[in-house]
Each structure stands twice: as C-alpha cells, then as structure tokens.
Design a protein around this ligand. Structure first.
Ligand code: HEC
Ligand code: HEC
Length: 304
C-alpha cells in the first residue's frame, strides 16, 4: 500500500468514528466541545513574538531525547503502546489535565513559570481568594480589612478570567471553553494552595480531537508554525523548524509519538546524519495523547 493510500484509510476510519459511534455514545459535553474543534492557524508563537528558539523558555521542558545510536549500536528499545480504540473513546479531563495540556509547557509543573520571561501564576491566583489573602496578610503581620481584600480578590478574579479567555501580551490566547475554564480554575487554586481548593475539583468529558487540539495549539504551535515550506536536512541543521502541516508526512504515527514522548533522532545536515535534535521531550504527555495530536493534525489540516 502506498503512503497516501494508508493516510486515506486512516482518514476514512477516523471520520467514520467521528461521525457515527463517537457522537452517539458520548454525552452532551463531549459532543458540543467536539464540534468546536478547529484547525491550528498561522505562524508559531515564538516567530510571532520574534523570539529566537535559543532565547526563550517557552515550551522548553529542558529534557532532551536519547542520543542517536552510534554506528553498529542498537537503536534504543522504545515501543509504541496505544490503548485500543484511543480515537473513539470519551476522555475525562480533570483541571490538572487541562493545566498539563494547555499551560504546563510554559508555566511548568508547579506553575512558577520561568521569570522574568514567563511569570508565575501562583501570586495572581492566590490574590483571587479572600480566605487565602487574609491568611497570608495575617502571617506577614499586615492589616487589611476584609472588604478591601474582597475588592482586590474580585478584581484579581476578573483579570484571571480575562487571561484565560484572551491570553496576555506575551501569552497566547488559550483555547478553553467555559466548561474547561470552570474545571481549570479550581486546579490553578489547588496549585496555588488556596485553602479548600482540593474539594472543588471538577472534570469535563472531551473528544480525543479536542485533546489533540489543546496539545497542538498550546504546546506544538509555540515553536512550529501551522504551514510553510517543508525544510530539507540542511535547513533543519541551520535551525529551521518544520511546520505542523508537514509533520504527519515527514514522520509516521509511531515516530511522531516517540519524538514527542520519548525523543527520537532527526536526520539533518550535509551529508545527512542522525542527531538527537533540539526539540524538548514532553514526558508528561501520554502516548495516547501524542497520538491524538497526530490524528487531530490529520483530520483538521493546519491552515495558513
Ligand atoms: C506560550 C507560553 C504560555 C502558555 C502556553 C501559557 N502562558 Fe501564561 N503567561 C505566559 C507569559 C509569557 C506570561 C507573562 C507575560 C504576559 O502577561 O503576557 C504569562 C502570564 C500568565 C499569568 C499572569 C501572571 C502575572 O504575573 O500576572 C497567568 C495567571 C497565566 N499566565 C496563566 C496561564 C494559564 C492558566 C495557562 C494555560 C491555560 C497559560 N498561562 C498558558 C506564557 C504562557
Ligand atoms: C520548544 C520548541 C518546540 C516545541 C514546543 C515542539 N517542537 Fe517539534 N521540533 C522542534 C524543532 C527545533 C524540531 C527540529 C529539530 C529537532 O528534531 O529537534 C522539531 C521537530 C519535530 C518533529 C520531527 C520531524 C522530523 O522530520 O523528524 C516532529 C514530529 C515534531 N517536532 C512534533 C512536535 C509536536 C507534536 C509538538 C507538540 C507536542 C512539538 N513538536 C513541539 C521544536 C519544538
């Protein structure tokens, strides 16, 4: 079977799943968010900011894949291990998952970011809590009336919600639905040690394509532009980052999943040689999630 033919088969399978069994067997939440999935568009976030790859902490996990095998050595023993029917199931996401998929690439596991480039989310989220602020004021030996604290908390909440809808000057607008925001906020509070936040955690049900969309738009799209020319080995060596529209033809599903979750060598330079590459590894994404990003790119082709 040719490569194209394989892709076509995959597409048809995916469409069948998306249009029949999936929408019939899932709840309302999943169906409505599924129809809201859109293609990734436009240049990467770092090129939009004119920030060179080497001069930013955005989406850098600081973990790199294994070195490529030396001549005569065996390649590392990585194995593809996807859940059966991973494109057809409904996924339950907790606030912590939404954070992981949409925020962690820049703000890190603990939410502290990489100041001064990427601010910590802890302070701004703590400021939204009356109880938390009163407690901290008391500890610091400062006086502030409850009504003043309440005013500040309300303003801080407005700012936080604004950011979750629209992003910031250097932060891309997140792709969050209202239901997702209601699930993410209590997790941000838990991360920021707002008193009682653990009890308020709520989950949302999503389609696999929505998960793929979150990953691609808020992590991959930071470095990879949506479309553009497909760089050759020499251009990659010189620093070119292949656009998202080329990834699903440059590599197959297993290699894509390996590159994202474990790291995989990339062929570059003249003459072309396998290198470890520069792309960070996202160990906190599961293989299923990386595969969902791949299926999302196939089903919703990136647009200029
Ligand atoms: C591409 C990187 C990136 C991603 C992804 C990202 N942020 Fe940010 N965030 C930033 C940067 C940079 C700043 C500071 C500059 C600015 O305000 O634009 C920031 C600032 C913030 C602040 C305000 C900090 C302050 O001092 O006022 C909050 C809160 C925040 N982000 C929350 C989030 C949440 C929640 C998510 C996930 C939905 C998220 N960010 C995703 C880069 C990112
Ligand atoms: C911090 C920047 C950055 C982020 C974020 C990033 N990439 Fe990359 N990616 C690169 C660079 C640079 C290369 C080319 C050099 C290399 O392979 O390291 C690359 C190469 C790739 C390749 C290899 C193409 C080939 O021909 O072998 C794939 C596949 C890929 N990225 C997928 C993704 C996916 C999927 C995501 C999101 C989960 C992502 N990348 C996030 C920087 C990034």
């Amino acid at each position: 079977m040719t490569k194209n033919c394989l892709y076509l088969t995959a597409l048809v399978a995916v469409f069948a799943v998306a249009s029949s069994s999936f929408s019939q067997t899932t709840g309302q939440t999943a169906r409505s968010t599924d129809s809201s999935v859109t293609a990734v568009e436009g240049e990467s976030w770092i090129s939009f900011l004119h920030r060179p790859f080497g001069e930013t902490s955005m989406a850098k996990t600081w973990s790199l894949g294994p070195a490529p095998p030396r001549p005569g050595e065996e390649a590392s023993s990585w194995q593809l291990d996807l859940s059966p029917g991973y494109t057809a199931r409904t996924i339950t996401l907790h606030g912590s998952d939404l954070y992981r998929l949409s925020c962690r690439g820049c703000h890190g596991e603990a939410g502290r970011g990489a100041p001064p480039e990427i601010n910590s989310i802890i302070g701004p989220v703590q400021a939204t809590s009356v109880a938390g602020t009163m407690e901290r004021m008391k500890k610091a030996g400062r006086e502030m009336s409850r009504s003043d604290v309440t005013t500040v908390a309300k303003e801080s909440k407005v700012l936080l919600l604004q950011r979750l809808h629209a992003g910031g000057q250097h932060m891309p607008p997140p792709t969050l639905s209202e239901a997702e925001i209601r699930s993410l906020v209590p997790y941000l509070e838990q991360l920021s040690e707002v008193p009682g936040a653990e009890k308020n955690q709520i989950a949302v049900k999503e389609s696999p394509y929505r998960v793929g969309e979150h990953i691609v738009k808020s992590t991959c799209h930071i470095c990879h532009s949506a479309t553009g020319p497909n760089p050759d080995a020499k251009q990659i060596f010189e620093g070119a980052i292949p656009p998202l529209s080329t990834l699903t033809t440059r590599v197959n599903l297993p290699l894509f999943v390996q590159k994202v979750t474990h790291g995989a060598p990339i062929v570059m330079g003249t003459p072309p040689v396998a290198y470890r590459g520069r792309m960070p590894v996202f160990v906190y994404l599961s293989q299923d999630e990386a595969a969902e990003a791949y299926q999302y790119l196939i089903l919703y082709p990136p647009r200029p």
